[in-house]
Write a protein that binds this ligand. Structure first.
Ligand code: HSE
Length: 425
């Protein structure tokens, strides 16, 4: 039977889960896949991690050279995260012709062009299913399941931490700070939650997924990004009153005007399938020209779900002799003839603070009309001190039209626009 030696770099949450899956399923893979996958080496600086997992001492390497030069290692799994050391280790493995499996979205989003270049030169495989949406097999769905389609769009909730925070704000009326504290207690949010709450994590994933979906390089720098730190309890409850639920959506579209890639908090109607994706769960909608809509749903993070994605990459690499690389020119930048549309079309939710007096609404409507922004629905709430909140939802319009209208309203002191959120209509 074919034997495949695996080395795991980093035995934290994801590496530890991978170690458990591979050791517990070894016999199962021998039977079902006809391949003997053996973890022959691990690299971990914290001895407690290896001890907890019961890794035999002789398998613990003391440095990366020992791992990549080990002739029994065929596949190197990178689970250390971050970019600097991870990139150095991955390049060391690829340069020696070892196949690499990584869960590192930041590394892949920022450096896939360099990694792939080296992998090609040394005829090595480079797999990254675990980099996006944890255990949900979105990468292989795009590259192997839907390759008969032109993909028009993908829309998803691809960050579990922010989905947990927004779910708690929506269902339990918590403030952003209270919900984030809960997410930290449960281990969803890290001590420094910036990557999740500012939308970086989702933007890395969207850059990777859109490149695959649209067969062209979508650099991370092209992804419009807005996080959830400014979302208020008021927005959540006003949206609720209008029949909407707030989600951090990652949206990729291939339109006649160009490619649109954006991550931002977005209201979706209560009956939209993404509205019921709660807590730390993830889901991605993909629209293909032949298949229509499909939706994948599941755990986007965690030890065993992410380990599941890594294990399937390992099995794929172990059972396929051909090596697939990008279907597009994977450079550092986008290809010159590809347009990126930043004046995208969306519906909008605006919350304005106004003096509660006659004529104010007419003035707001007049500015919006000047920018061809049309209102679908509106509510007004009394506030203290002779003030009121006006909450509007618009028809679809251009991003730049809304920006200009908001600037005009604020500059003429008719009202203060306190919140602008996009709406999937
Ligand atoms: N921190 C991510 C999330 C998981 O909350 O979804 C890893 O990308």
């Amino acid at each position: 039977m074919k034997k495949i030696g695996v080395a795991i770099l980093g035995l934290g949450v994801v590496g530890g889960g991978t170690y458990r899956i591979l050791t517990e399923h070894r016999e199962f893979y021998r039977k079902t896949q006809g391949v003997d996958i053996d973890v022959v080496s691990v690299l971990e600086t914290n001895p407690a991690c290896a001890q907890t997992l019961g890794v035999p001492e002789e398998k613990i390497a003391s440095n990366i050279a020992e791992v990549v030069c080990n002739p029994d290692v065929n596949i190197v799994v990178e689970c250390i995260g971050g970019v600097t050391a991870a990139k150095e280790y991955v390049l060391a493995a690829l340069n020696i012709g070892k196949t690499v499996v990584t869960s590192n979205k930041e590394l892949y989003a920022k450096h896939s062009h360099e990694l792939e270049h080296v992998a090609k030169r040394h005829n090595a495989g480079l797999f990254f299913e675990a980099s996006c949406v944890g255990g949900v097999p979105i990468i292989r769905t795009l590259t192997d399941g839907l390759q008969g389609n032109k993909i028009n769009s993908l829309i998803g909730i691809i960050n579990g931490t922010t989905n947990y925070v927004l779910t708690k704000m929506t269902n339990d009326g918590l403030s952003y700070e209270e919900a984030l504290a809960q997410a930290k207690t449960l281990g969803y949010a890290e001590a420094d939650p910036t990557a999740d709450v500012e939308g970086f994590d989702a933007a890395y994933k969207l850059s990777i997924l859109s490149s695959l979906a649209f067969h062209t390089k979508v650099p991370f720098s092209k992804v419009f990004r807005e996080g959830i730190t400014a979302v208020s309890k008021e927005d959540i409850s006003d949206g609720k009153q209008l029949g909407y639920v707030l989600k951090l959506l990652a949206i990729g579209k291939n339109t006649d005007a160009g490619i649109e890639v954006r991550v931002h908090p977005t209201f979706v109607r209560r009956d939209h399938p993404l509205a019921s994706v709660s807590d730390a769960f993830n889901a991605v909608f993909v629209e293909g020209d032949a298949v229509g809509d499909i939706m994948l749903y599941g755990r986007g993070a965690g030890s065993l779900p992410t380990g599941s994605a890594i294990a399937s990459d390992i099995i794929y690499a172990a059972t396929h002799s051909d090596i697939k690389y990008s279907t597009f020119k994977n450079g550092a930048e986008a290809e010159k003839d590809v347009n990126f549309a930043d004046d995208f079309i969306s519906a909008y939710y605006l919350r304005l603070s106004v003096a509660d007096e006659s004529g104010v609404l007419a003035k707001i409507a007049s500015v919006l009309s000047k920018y061809h922004v049309s209102i679908v629905e509106m509510i007004q709430r009394e506030k203290a001190g002779g003030k009121a909140s006006i909450v509007l939802v618009t028809h679809e319009t251009h991003e730049f039209a809304i920006k200009n209208a908001v600037e005009k309203i604020n500059s003429t002191e008719i009202a203060t626009v306190e919140s602008v959120l996009r709406v999937v209509s």
